[in-house]
Design a protein around this ligand. Structure first.
Ligand code: XMP
Length: 326
């Protein structure tokens, strides 16, 4: 039985030295648990699964197989970063599955937000399950469960894409960061040498850009969403604001508005910028961004993203507006 209660005297991991001590201890524990058996991990590229992957690579190397499912709703460059860091730099066994068409075909015409989430979550498990069944002799499943998951939801990584694998897949769990809080996971990730952009990543929902491409997802609006989101991220980083904003992204609604481009009438999509600060995501405020930064972002989106003719800044606090639009 694994211990799921954080000892009262456990030190908060907030220095590289404490992170290193944690890593050394976990490497020993993982080796003791896994022996010479094989481990499987769904690697989304988020902080938790990335840190777990790096820990396992250190402990058992090629006994770990990571599966990265690209559901076509990742942000620009995200899947590429997973491949670069884990396959090229850390020499991991990484199976990359580009399931974009599968997801987008299933989602075509579906405009109800919860239905979209269900399709994305369900299909994710299906794809992961199919990949797992192709592999032989896997005994362990590694997961990026962190302490708030245990406190808030009976130990299930509730917001994780891999909520539940089919019952006939019997794996023993390996959950090396299950007693850590998010900030500690980040400190450990840095000590493991993961890129800062991966370790300091803002929260990103499991259904990804799917809940930001409003209504029924179309490939043209999804492309506009991905490009505008990348511009927003670049410009906030450039202005030194990225680390001061908890979550920031763009949204593309499923209605058009009129514009004028090259002397001709255009009827294109708006892009909405959403930036929030919060402690626990239960309530949130909207930061005041410098006008020059907003103007530069607007300018770039309007000139560089095809099919967009209007840019808006969402001033709505939570409550009453949720952070995501769907
Ligand atoms: P809301 O929109 O409820 O968001 O104010 C609060 C936080 O939760 C994230 N979020 C999700 N994360 N799957 C996830 O993994 C989801 O379906 C989902 N919906 C919202 C949101 O990005 C914010 O950080």
């Amino acid at each position: 039985m694994t211990n799921n209660v954080r000892p009262a005297d456990m030190k908060r991991i907030d220095t590289p030295q404490l992170a290193q001590a944690f890593i050394d201890e976990q490497v020993k524990e993982i080796r003791a648990q896994v022996g010479d058996k094989k481990v499987l991990l769904a690697l989304s590229g988020g902080v938790d699964s990335s840190v777990v992957a790096a820990l396992l690579i250190k402990a058992v190397g090629k006994q770990l197989t990571c599966v990265h499912v690209n559901h076509g709703l990742m942000r620009k460059g995200e899947s590429e970063q997973v491949i670069e860091v884990f396959r090229n730099q850390l020499d991991a066994n990484l199976i990359y599955v580009d399931a974009t068409d599968r997801f987008l075909d299933l989602l075509a015409g579906v405009d109800e937000p919860e239905k979209k989430r269900k399709i994305i979550g369900g299909e994710f498990i299906k794809v992961f399950d199919e990949e797992a069944r192709k592999l032989e002799g896997i005994d362990f499943l590694a997961q990026g469960t962190i302490y708030p998951d245990i406190l808030e939801s009976d130990g299930v990584k509730a917001h994780h894409n891999v909520g539940g694998l089919p019952e006939d897949m019997q794996f023993e769990l390996v959950e090396p960061v299950r007693l850590l809080f998010k900030d500690e996971v980040r400190v450990v990730g840095k000590a493991l040498g993961l890129p800062v952009s991966m370790v300091e990543r803002q929260p990103f929902p499991g259904p990804g850009l799917g809940v930001r491409c409003l209504g029924a997802i179309t490939r043209d609006r999804l492309a506009a969403l991905r490009e505008s989101d990348a511009i927003l991220r670049e410009e906030l980083a450039q202005a030194g604001l990225a680390e001061h904003i908890w979550q920031y992204f763009t949204v593309v609604p499923d209605f058009r508005s009129t514009g004028v481009r090259d002397g001709k009438r255009a009827f294109d999509w708006p892009v909405i910028i959403r930036c929030v600060n919060t402690v626990d995501a239960m309530s949130a405020t909207v930061p005041e961004l410098p006008w020059t930064v907003l103007q530069k972002i607007t300018d770039r989106i309007l000139t560089q993203v095809p099919g967009v003719c209007r840019v808006l800044y969402d001033l709505t606090p939570k409550p009453i507006g949720t952070i995501e639009w769907e």
